[in-house]
Every structure is written in C-alpha cells, then in structure tokens.
Ligand binder design. Sequence first.
Ligand code: GTP
Ligand code: SPV
Ligand code: MN
Length: 602
Amino acid sequence: MQPPTDASGKPLTKNQHLLQWVDEMARLTKPERIVWCDGSEEEKHRLTEESVAKGVLLPLNQQKLPNCFLHRSNTNDVARVEQLTFICTPTKDEAGPTNNWMAPAEAYKKLGALFDGSMKGRTMYVIPYVMGPIGSKQSKIGVELTDSAYVVLNMRIMTRMGQAALKLLGESNDFNRGLHSTLDINPERRFICHFPQDNTIWSVGSGYGGNVLLGKKCLALRVGSYLGKSEGWLAEHMLILGVESPEGEMTYVAAAFPSACGKTNFAMMIPPKRFKGWKIWTVGDDIAWMRVGADGRLYAINPEAGYFGVAPGTNATTNPNAMETVSHDTIFTNVALAKDGTIWWEGMDGETPDELTDWTGKPWKKGSSEKAAHPNSRFTSPATNNPALSKFSEDPEGVPISAIIFGGRRATTVPLVMQAFNWMNGVFFGATLGSETTAAATGKVGIVRRDPFAMLPFCGYNMGSYFAHWLSMQARMANPPKIFLVNWFRKGDDGKFLWPGFGENMRVLKWVVDRARLRVGGQETPFGWVPKAGDLDLSGIDIPHDKVDEATSVNLDEWQTELDSIGEFFKTLGPSLPKVLDLHRQVSLERLRILRESQPRA
Ligand code: GTP
Ligand code: SPV
Ligand code: MN
C-alpha cells in the first residue's frame, strides 16, 4: 500500500511489516477509508467534532467541565465479557483451566468471517501506540486498527499514541497487531480473542472499555503476562504508589485488587489529618510491569498514560484527587447527565438531583429504583490531570517496589491486614485471593470467587504455570518485596463495613511500609503476621476500637472453611498447580488443628 503521509506530505512510516499488515486487514474488513492517527491536537479536535456530530459524544457544560464529553454505550455492552474472551494458544493446556480456549485456526476463521467487510462504509483508524514510558526498555509497541472514533479518543488518553509510536517502531516487526470492529454490537457476534504466540488480538462486536481498548487488558495483561513468562518479568493487575514520609523517605508499593475493588482509590489516596506531612504519589492505578533490576530489587513501570476509572462511589471525601482529575479533558461513559450539563453518579457529593437523564438517555427521578449511572460507568482521564501524579511516573527504569499487597472484597474471614511469612507464602496469598464479583464484568454481582492475583480474567496462559513463574521470580531477586494481604470490605453482624476505608487505609499502609522496612511489631498467626495491639496507628480515628478489633481478628472456624475452599479451588487447577502451594495449605491446616486443640476450653 502507499505509505501514509503527514500534513506536509512526509511519509509517516515506511515500515513494510506494518504497511503490509494494514493492507491485509483492510482487504479483509473493506473500510471506505483509512486514517492513520498521528496523535496531534488537530486530530483530537477533528475526531471529537465528528463524534459530537454523530451523537457518539455529548458535549458537557464546557464552563464547568472544560473539554469533557459523555458517551453512552449500547445497553447490552457495558462491561468486559469474560465468557466471550478467549486465549487462543496452540493447545488448550497452554491456556489452562481458568481460561476459555479456542484453537488459533478456528478463531481466525470464525472471527475472520465476522471481520469480512465489517468496516464497509466506515473509517478504519490506524492507532500506533506505546505501552510504557517512551524510551523505556520495558515498553512495548502496539498498533490497533479500529472502526470506532471513541476507541481512538480513549486510546489517546490511555496510551502514548501516534507519531511518537511510529518513530519508536522504525522498521521493526516487533509490535502487537490489534484488530477491532464494533460490527452491530450484538452479544451473539462478540468475541475477544488473544493469540499470544502471534502477538495478535482480535476483538469484534463490542465498543466498551476493556473489550476494545486493546492496549489495556488485552496487550498489557493477557499478552503481557505471556511475554512476561517467556522473558522473565511480571505483567500484573496492580496499582503502583509511592508513600512519602514527612522526612522525605520514599517507599514504593504495588497492589493487586480485583476489578472495582479499590486500586484507583488506593493509588490516589489522601492520608487522614493524623498523618500530617505524609503524601501518597500515584505511579499507576491498574497495571504494573515489573522486572528485576541490577540491584536485585523489583522495579515497576505503569504501561498506561491515563485512568479508565470506576465513577460510582467517587466523591470529594472518598477520592478528592479523582474528582480533580475528572474535572477537565475527560470522557465519561455511562454516567448520568444533570440539567446543567454536568454529570452525576451514585455516591457523588451533595444532594441527589431531583431529575436527571440516566445512563441510557431516559428521564430519571430522585427515588427511582433504577440506578441513574451504570454501576460500571467510568471516566477516561489523562494521568497528568492527577494532582498526586508521581514525578517518577515516566521514569524509564520504573520505581523500586518494597511491598506487594493483595486484597479483595471479603465480608468475612480475611483480616484487615496480614503479612506473609516469606515469598512462597506471599505467592500463596496471591494464588488464593478471593473476592466478591463486581459490576466490572457482566454476570451476577456479590458472589465470592477465587480471583488469583486479581488476574483470573487477565492471565494469558495456564494459571498453574503463572503461579510457578511467580515462585521462580524469588531466585532472581536479592531483595524481594515483602508481601501482604488486605481486606477493606469485612462486614459486622449489622451488614455494614467494619473499616472506614479510603483515606483511613493509610493506617494499614503505614504498617505495611514499616514492616517492609523492619521497624514495627507484629503477631504471628498460623496464616501470617498481623499487627499486635498498638502496632496500627489508630489515633484520631472516628470509629469504635472494637470495630477495628473485629476487622483485624483471625477467626479459626472461618479459616478452616477458607482453607477447605482453597483446597477445592486448587483441585480445579489440575497438575499444573505447583506442589508447594497445596503443601503450604496443608501445613496451615495442621497448624490450625494444633492451635485449636491446645486452646484452653471456656
Ligand atoms: P478496576 O478499574 O475495575 O480495575 O477497579 P479498581 O480496583 O481501580 O477499583 P476502584 O478504586 O475504582 O474502586 C471501585 C469501587 O470500590 C468504588 O465504588 C469505590 O468507591 C469502592 N472503594 C474503593 N476503596 C474502598 C474502600 O477502602 N472501602 C470501601 N468500602 N469501598 C471502597
Ligand atoms: C477492570 O475491569 O479491571 C478494568 C476496567 O480496569 S476494563 O478496562 O473495562 O477492563
Ligand atoms: Mn482493572
């Protein structure tokens, strides 16, 4: 094909691999025209105007929300669809028991038939993009072909997109090939297929978030985890934050919580008054790529450049930095629209407006049993909007991680915080992570399921081999991070959260940092270290201490049930489960039995 040119007629790229592939995909999808995205401001304005004209974007009140727009997705297309997401490795065993699998030839054929002519009368946008800071050895290049201008505008915020990516790619053939077409947004014709061996992603039939912003879950996690295994690094569903003490000491922490379980909130946290002089800096809110550095420490970069964050529950108390972040240059998806052209969602500050337009575009009245904003409604904002953005967020070397935290939504059993005895025990925490399901994926909400490493929907290969990869990382690190388990979501008999969460999570983070730096006490339980009375700083907290005691307690009956349930989960993983993890479970059970039998009877 003719090399595309910029405004002055200079070729944008002469990369034959890229040109040939775009040509091949265009012959398949048959678009009316092809537009190469350069990432310029002019391009952003043009695409925004076109999207507004087509009703794909609704301009919001430009005085109150400058450069902000609202997008309403199809009501059948509001979240990731795990049952339609496939890992297409040569053998089923490589995808493993936790993934849907399709043979590559079958997937190319099936989706190829759907892509055939799918862009007729439409524009094919070519989006070259970089995941990771430009100039970092850890960064990866992708090119997404899409017929959705909404995808282009989102990718522009979420990645380093356009000419910079083409320049970095040069003549190389080492780039992820992503093909996306919205088709007719029909769940019957919706598939998200990953071909890790081919560094290729094909997505059809959706226009929503993680299904279609191919740099995010598809490349940075599913294909990324596969690359991480073969190249000796980790691609994780983790936020990255820096904790700065009043003395200026900086400690970096990475944390994996399942979808809609608090990563964005934790990464942007503002410490409570008691923690005067402490600061939290955001490096990333969803994805971490981690490699061992020359000094034997684990270094993390955030492959993304923006946030695709959950809107409901975000307000000036829970997450003031997010409210500031979304106040300009933001695309909102599926939130409610207020009379004055501003936005609203459940859990926003102030009085609930009497009347709104709901996320589907219908009139909504206060007191309605329907939600005004979709529970998985989201904002797409550039990271540079975040007042707490770390000045090291673009550091090509990444930041050195001292602690890794795993956490989920658990109404019972899991205490507020617990430290693993060692690396293997930490991998056990990750491997057995449980959480109640949320609106981030379609399906029933609130059911406890195992979501190992918060990667159940995102691991691009066999889960047992992924655990083995995590175990093997220890040998590469002279200075491995300490590993912790947290739970902000434990409930009392009244069904209410025991722990206030959000900014107050700083108290837990402080213990984590001090444990990682070997300077605070703890109490041994059969399952890990927990804070002893007095170890958690509770000064100035406005909830009764007995609630905190309940939140931090380890109940042996609950743990018996937990370890049994973990045993059931391990059975589903089959022979690829590393033996040491089930042995550790058995040791924990045995320690539990000894403790119970030696407890003085009441
Ligand atoms: P993904 O983007 O889906 O990966 O989610 P995430 O892990 O970044 O979740 P996020 O921070 O957006 O939080 C999801 C929901 O959990 C929001 O409605 C928050 O208000 C709520 N939440 C976050 N942190 C806490 C907490 O400490 N306590 C309680 N009770 N709720 C929280
Ligand atoms: C998640 O579901 O974990 C997300 C949102 O971060 S999405 O990009 O839609 O997957
Ligand atoms: Mn996520």
